[in-house]
Design a protein. Structure first.
Length: 317
């Protein structure tokens, strides 16, 4: 069954789709979904050939809203976004949430989102305000309060100033997401969430006033990994994303001045992301970093010099 074929299914309002591999925090994630005060939803859990006892965990639940499926072989370990796009084919709801197996939803997450959908029925993308938690569940950061409705230009502008970036706090109109081919695939899903939500924001984005979602950074998810091959993949993905969003902005119907402002903001944001990513390579891979910057065709010379000097200073300390 392809993505377009799946447009025919809409038996309920919301689908939580949870591609799963780790069980450490999974019970907390499942419990937070099942305790939603708004109950017209399904939870589709896809076991991505995990070596852990996920079957035993899911067997603890006797809830008709849970659909439990298994991949025959691991997909996400090789291509995370490919697995996301495979998993969303199973969704039946009008709206889709790509849930993680370690994040936590507030009990009124769906209720608040549903209220916003009723108020802004033409919008395809909704966003819950976020707080970041660590591996022990302590809050380490909180989202700002953004305007309830943001045009696409405003959304990109706020995004470039630094959202707490994740994917599971977004609610997508399923037929629009699938109609555009699903999530955009970059290596290690780095910037895939950003590109996907920007593409779905053509009719604007509606954000909740209250914090309804907790995003966990635990060191075991892809966004926290410091493996050298992962960092190199993220550097490649950063370059791919920069070209993607630059073309997207230039080809948009935005006013000329808006394009200039957004392009400037995006460059500044990309440089800010690239520096800590490259710093993770360590001294033994400094030559790789130098070659990457030398052959990079999207950074200005002064930006390359700034990154390299910052990298050397950080490594010396």
């Amino acid at each position: 069954m392809g993505l377009i074929d799946n447009l025919k299914k809409n038996d309920m309002k919301f689908s939580f789709v949870m591609p799963s591999y780790k069980v450490r925090y999974m019970k907390l994630a499942i419990d937070s979904i099942l305790r939603q005060s708004y109950e017209d939803f399904e939870l589709v859990i896809i076991n991505d050939a995990s070596p852990e006892d996920m079957d035993g965990l899911v067997d603890l639940y006797h809830d008709s809203r849970i659909v439990y499926l298994k991949n025959e072989k691991n997909i996400g370990g090789f291509d995370l976004v490919k697995n996301w796009n495979r998993c969303i084919q199973y969704a039946k709801g009008d709206y889709l949430i790509l849930a993680s197996d370690d994040d936590i939803y507030g009990g009124d997450f769906l209720l608040e989102i549903n209220n916003l959908i009723n108020q802004y029925g033409s919008v395809d993308l909704f966003r819950a305000r976020v707080e970041r938690i660590d591996s022990d569940g302590f809050v380490t950061d909180k989202d700002f309060i953004y305007p309830r409705y943001m045009s696409q230009v405003d959304f990109i502008r706020f995004w470039s100033k630094g959202f707490i970036n994740c994917i599971s706090n977004y609610v997508f109109r399923r037929e629009v997401l699938i109609g555009k081919g699903g999530f955009i695939d970059f290596p290690f899903a780095w910037f895939s969430d950003d590109a996907s939500v920007i593409r779905l924001s053509e009719k604007g984005v509606v954000s909740s006033d209250d914090i309804l979602f907790q995003f966990r950074t635990s060191g075991i998810n892809i966004s926290s990994r410091k493996d050298v091959h992962v960092l190199k993949g993220k550097m490649k993905a950063t370059e791919m994303f920069y070209h993607w969003i630059s073309n997207y902005i230039m080809e948009s119907g935005f006013e000329k001045r808006e394009k200039e402002i957004l392009s400037f903001r995006v460059r500044k944001y990309i440089v800010g992301i690239l520096m800590p990513t490259m710093s993770g390579l360590g001294l033994s891979h400094i030559w790789y970093a130098f070659c990457y910057l030398r052959h990079n065709n999207y950074l200005y010379k002064k930006e390359k010099l700034y990154i390299m000097l910052t990298l050397i200073i950080n490594l010396r300390h």
